[in-house]
Ligand binder design. Structure first.
Ligand SMILES: CCCCCCCCCCC/C=C/C(=O)SCCNC(=O)CCNC(=O)[C@H](O)C(C)(C)COP(=O)(O)OP(=O)(O)OC[C@H]1O[C@@H](n2cnc3c(N)ncnc32)[C@H](O)[C@@H]1OP(=O)(O)O
Ligand SMILES: Cc1cc2nc3c(=O)[nH]c(=O)nc-3n(C[C@H](O)[C@H](O)[C@H](O)COP(=O)(O)OP(=O)(O)OC[C@H]3O[C@@H](n4cnc5c(N)ncnc54)[C@H](O)[C@@H]3O)c2cc1C
Length: 661
């Protein structure tokens, strides 16, 4: 049963919900990993909806940037007071969820505090450092951000220019931004809100540069909030979205911090200027791996937002005719509309499933690293590098298709899809630009193939074992596992093609760097295919583990949409394996699977349980009463406060009057 049905709803949407074959609360439990988490999301939404001071003061699209920042801060402060009664304070998931529910996706002053400020203190700070700062940060007595990227460099961490030079005589680090390009640039909440930051700076001891390290740095006076002497800080200006956040710039001029402010759980500087290396050279990068490991689920939910809007709207939007000329059809009945939206629904489910898996893998790695075992770091770095790149790109594509699927109203801010798009595609850039991260995964794939070439296939990890197989024929009695083999074939042949290209260039005498650059388009293709294979196999495994048979049935239908669409989409890579008859068969299976999933489309998006408050979309309203609310929304636009604007009296009217003469 679809749990969203209520009296007064648009009858077209109710009809859709009645045609669903499964219980949406049970599906939500599968999506969010447990009945408890899904239920907590419902309870929190319900509780929040009853607190008047947490409601939007006006629709976000009608707010200026200053109003957005004010509104985010107002709500953050109220939430901080109310949180103990609303959520389990130890649950990161509930903390993130309630902020998103109340403040939305446009960013807020604490957006980075929970995800990029507290975690480095907790994982890279010593016990003493944690005692000093963690409680204060958790109680929000201080607000923090993460300042790594600079005006001149983001992707290439080794070229960062900010320095932290150890001064033995005073037992302090002296921070400097020696050039314009060394200004920190982009950190969220830095511009106006944060008073502390994790700053990534090159550690210099006895004139030796030990590379980027994390430091705890106070930026503003805790009473006046004025920048401290030696600090230059401000907002970088409006962005294409995410304007509720004050991304900032930051410069240092001989700014001193105590030796104890370098996060020293892993690397250390002793009072006499000794440097103790970390157990793994890249352990300082683990904050980024943590964020990347959460991005697949996060992005899956961005896609879910856009699809909830587009699918619900497509069920109430009637345009054109099929056989019956007496009534226009729901646009959701067009095959083109289904082809535009349903594979994206499947991807959103797939991203969320494999996102929760990578979060689990990161949590396990964290325990291992704290116990001194860093052997899993390279694997997870490679996996999350590929995953964040593929998922952000495909999420962007899916959201844009969702916008177009809503026709003209999709282009209005009333749909809110443009904001979702703008925020989501930021993910293609932040936490490592996608191409750069695909190339990180490619290094791992090339190394794996070199192991096979050197007769060491048995040392390959489970995620790359398929690279050593030799499948050249597929029996297309197609079950999911045959599709998986088709995808393995594509990923394997591309990984070998790219590696061989790189090796050939090397053998021709080219430098490693030039050869890498000239093979890099092929290498990124290999990384994408490898990652898509991983997403598909996680989806298959996840569906296999579902116990509730009604849920399992619809997830198998959704999986069929996914595997057929994905294989059609990579057709060029499987030409050597599949005949044109086999490709036709897959194409037809895709069309059949679109029809099969059709009656459950609305229930599948309802199962994401995204409340109206969180969705902030007139088109995507749960009740489907779009037209009257679109009219109300337009009338409430500040431009309609007056019938005759100054733009007319001051300029247009005189122009028209003059023209009449
Ligand atoms: C509901 C929520 C709503 C959310 C709303 C939106 C919120 C928006 C928030 C946005 C927050 C954004 C924050 C940021 O963007 S912070 C800044 C992020 N910056 C980056 O990601 C920079 C990317 N660059 C890098 O990570 C490195 O420069 C790079 C890894 C590309 C290279 O590093 P480096 O030059 O040091 O590496 P080398 O070439 O020397 O060596 C590469 C080898 O090192 C291995 N490696 C690299 N990283 C790791 C790692 N983390 N763990 C293990 N190993 C690692 C790599 O595999 C290579 O190994 P091989 O030599 O063996 O191949
Ligand atoms: C919304 C948003 C929020 C952010 N929040 C933060 C934050 O809180 N803290 C923070 O520190 N930073 C933050 N950033 C910055 C972000 O991490 C960087 O912008 C990102 O890492 C990309 O680096 P870049 O800007 O230097 O891009 P560049 O590296 O300059 O990329 C430009 C182009 O060069 C290409 N390129 C670069 N290097 C290579 C290579 N080796 N091989 C092939 N191609 C290459 C890229 O693919 C891209 O096409 C944020 C950014 C955004 C958009």
């Amino acid at each position: 049963m679809n749990q969203s049905i209520k009296p007064g709803d648009n009858p077209d949407l109710t009809e859709e919900r009645l045609s669903g074959t499964f219980d949406t609360n049970s599906m939500a439990a599968v999506i969010y990993g447990s009945d408890k988490l899904a239920q907590r999301r419902r309870e929190i939404s319900e509780a929040v909806s009853r607190i008047p001071e947490l409601q939007d003061s006006k629709p976000c699209p009608f707010m200026t940037r200053e109003e957005k920042i004010l509104e985010g801060s107002r709500k953050s402060a109220i939430l901080n007071r109310l949180l103990p009664g609303l959520i389990d304070l130890d649950s990161f998931e509930e903390t993130v969820f309630i902020h998103q529910e109340v403040i939305g996706i446009e960013g807020h002053p604490l957006a980075l505090h929970e995800s990029l400020f507290i975690p480095p203190i907790a994982t890279q700070g010593t016990d003493e450092q944690q005692k000093k700062w963690l409680g204060r940060a958790q109680r929000r007595e201080i607000i923090g951000c993460y300042a790594q990227t600079e005006l001149g460099h983001g992707s290439n961490l080794r070229a960062l220019e900010t320095t932290a030079t150890f001064d033995i005589s005073s037992q302090e680090f002296i921070l400097n931004s020696p050039t314009i390009t060394s200004l920190k640039w982009w950190p969220g909440a830095l511009g106006k809100s944060a008073n502390w930051s994790i700053v990534i700076a090159n550690l210099i001891v006895h004139d030796k540069n030990h590379g980027p390290h994390p430091f705890m740095v106070q930026l503003r006076d805790e009473k006046s909030h004025e920048p401290l002497p030696g600090i230059t800080v401000g907002d970088i200006g409006p962005k294409m979205a995410f304007n509720g956040a004050d991304n900032g710039f930051l410069g240092f001029e001989n700014y001193r911090i105590p030796r104890e402010n370098m996060l020293m759980r892993h690397s250390k500087v002793t009072p006499d200027g000794g440097y103790i290396r970390p157990p793994h050279a890249k352990i300082g990068y683990s904050g980024m791996v943590r964020v990347r490991s959460r991005m697949a689920a996060e992005q899956g939910l961005f896609l879910a937002h856009a699809l909830t809007i587009a699918v619900r709207y497509s069920a109430i939007r009637r345009q054109g005719y099929l056989e019956d000329r007496s009534r226009e059809v729901k646009v959701l009945d067009y095959q083109t509309q289904q082809h535009r939206l349903f594979p994206s629904i499947a991807r959103a489910y797939a991203f969320i499933f494999c996102g929760f898996e990578t979060i689990r893998l990161y949590d396990q790695l964290l325990i291992d690293v704290q116990n001194g075992n860093t052997s899993g770091m390279a694997d997870l770095h490679a996996l999350t590098s590929g995953l964040k790149s593929v998922v952000t790109h495909q999420t962007g594509e899916g959201i844009e298709q969702a916008r177009m699927a809503c026709g003209g109203h999709g282009y209005s801010m009333a749909s809110y899809i443009s904001e979702i798009y703008g925020v989501a595609i930021g993910g293609c850039t932040y936490e490592g630009e996608n191409m750069v991260m695909l190339l990180q995964l490619a290094r791992y794939l090339v190394k794996s193939i070199e192991m096979i070439q050197n007769g060491k296939s048995k040392n390959l990890g489970p995620m790359v074992a398929y690279l050593a197989a030799n499948e050249s024929e597929i029996d297309l009695n197609l079950g999911p596992n045959e599709y998986l083999k088709v995808f393995q074939y594509a990923a394997r042949s591309q990984a070998w093609r790219a590696t061989e290209k790189f090796q050939k260039l090397r053998n021709s005498g080219m430098s490693k760097e030039q050869a890498w650059n000239q093979a890099s388009v092929e290498l990124t293709r290999a990384s994408r295919l490898h990652t898509r294979l991983y997403i598909m196999s996680t989806f298959i495994n996840h569906v296999g583990s579902v116990v509730d048979q009604k849920i399992k049935k619809v997830l198998i239908d959704l999986l069929n949409v996914h595997i057929t669409y994905e294989v059609m989409d990579i057709g060029i890579y499987v030409q050597g394996l599949l005949s044109s008859d086999q490709m036709d068969l897959i194409r037809n299976q895709l069309y059949v699977s679109l029809e099969t999933i059709r009656p459950n489309a609305v229930s599948l998006v309802d199962s994401f349980q995204i409340s109206d408050m969180q969705l902030r979309s007139v088109l995507g309203r749960r009740d489907g009463n779009v037209y009257e609310n679109l009219f109300k929304w337009a009338k409430s636009c500040p431009l309609n406060d007056k019938d005759v604007l100054e733009s007319v009296t001051k300029y247009l009217k005189p122009m028209m009057d003059k023209s009449k003469l």
